[in-house]
Design a protein around this ligand. Sequence first.
Ligand code: ZN
Ligand code: ZN
Ligand code: ZN
Length: 384
Amino acid sequence: MEAVAVGCQTGVMSAPALDTAVYLDRMANVRAAMVEHDIDTVLLSVGQDMPYLSGYLAMPLERLTMLVVPKDGAATMVIPELEAARVVEQPGVFDLLPWSETDDPSALVGKLAAGSQRVAIGDQMWARFLVELIPHLPGTTFERSVDVVGALRMRKDEAEVEALAAAGAAVDKIAGELQRGEIPLVGRTEAEVSNHLGRRIVEEGHQKVNFAIVAAGENASSPHHHPGDRVIRENEIVLTDFGGTMDGYCSDTTRCVFTGEVPSDVAEAYEVLHEAQQAATRSAVVGAACQDVDRAARSVISDAGYGEYFIHRTGHGIGLEAHEDPYIVEGNELPLEAGHAFSIEPGIYVPGRWGMRLEDIAVATADGCRPLNNSDRGLVSVDA
Ligand code: ZN
Ligand code: ZN
Ligand code: ZN
C-alpha cells in the first residue's frame, strides 16, 4: 500500500507564475481597497495572499518572508537571502530586499512601514512574526487583511475559474470510477481506498492531495471521519470526499455509493439530500446572499424531517485554498458576485447508523450558477 502525502505544506506548491500584467492589476485593486478601507500598509507572509499578489509562495519557515505593500510607492518583498534566488521577479510589482542571517528582518519591515497608522496583516501570518514586529511599529493599529485582499481573492477571474474547472473535471473522473465499481470497495479498509483515491488524484494531474475521506456505514455519520482500519462490507453506504491542488487551484467533491441494493430508508433520505443540493444550486445566483443558499438547502432537509441531522454549513469558498471566503452559512449576508466560487455540500448524518453528503464546487456567473463538478449525483449502487 503506497503512502500518499495528505495535506503536506511545502514551499513549492504555488500556482504557476502569471504575466506581470496580472499582478500589476491585482496590486492596483489592493491599493484601491486600501484607500477605501483606510489602510496605510498591507503586510503578507506565509499563506496564499502573497502569491496571489506576487507569484511567490513563502516557505512556511521561521525565517521571515514578507511582502510590504504601502498605499502608494513601491511594494517590497523582504526575503531571506538564501531564498531570493527562487523568486521570479515581477518588474514594477515589487522590489526584492534580501536579508542575511545576522540581520533583523522585523526591523527592516518596521522601517518600510514606519508611520503607518493602520496596517492590515494576512490571516496566516505566524504569530511570532507579528509579535516581533509590534515593537518596531509603535502606535500602529493592526487589522486583518480580509477586506483589502480577501474580497479580491473571492472574485475569480476567467483563468482562475478555468483552473478550478480543470481540477473539478479531474476529480470527476475518479468519482466516475467509483460509481462504475472500478475502484474496489468491499473487503478493503477505508484507509486503503483513501490511498487509492489519493494516488488517482495525483495521476489525474494534481500536484498535491488535500484530503481523501472514505467513511463506511456508521462512520459516514461523522462528516470529517478519518479513514482507518474499518473494512468496507456489502450493503452499506460509502461516503467519499476528496480533493487536491492542481496548478495552484483546489478541487473538492463528495459522492456516496452503496455496496449493494439501496434500502428504502436510505434511498428516501438521499432523494431529499439531492433535492436540497439542487435547490441550493438554483438559488446561488449573483445577488443572492450566501445565507440564502444555505437556507435553500436547509429548508428542503428540514421540511422532510431531517433538519437535526444536517449539522454543518452548506459550503465554503474555494480557490488557492481548499477553504476560503465566502462561507455559505446562516448569518453571512454577503451577496454573491460573478466569479465567487464555493462548495454546495448539504449532508444528512444519522449518528451511529449512516451519513450522506453530496458536494459540488460551483461558481456564480451572470447566467446563473455553474457547477464545476458534474459526475453522477445519484446514490449509485455498486456491485459488491
Ligand atoms: Zn469538510
Ligand atoms: Zn469535500
Ligand atoms: Zn468542501
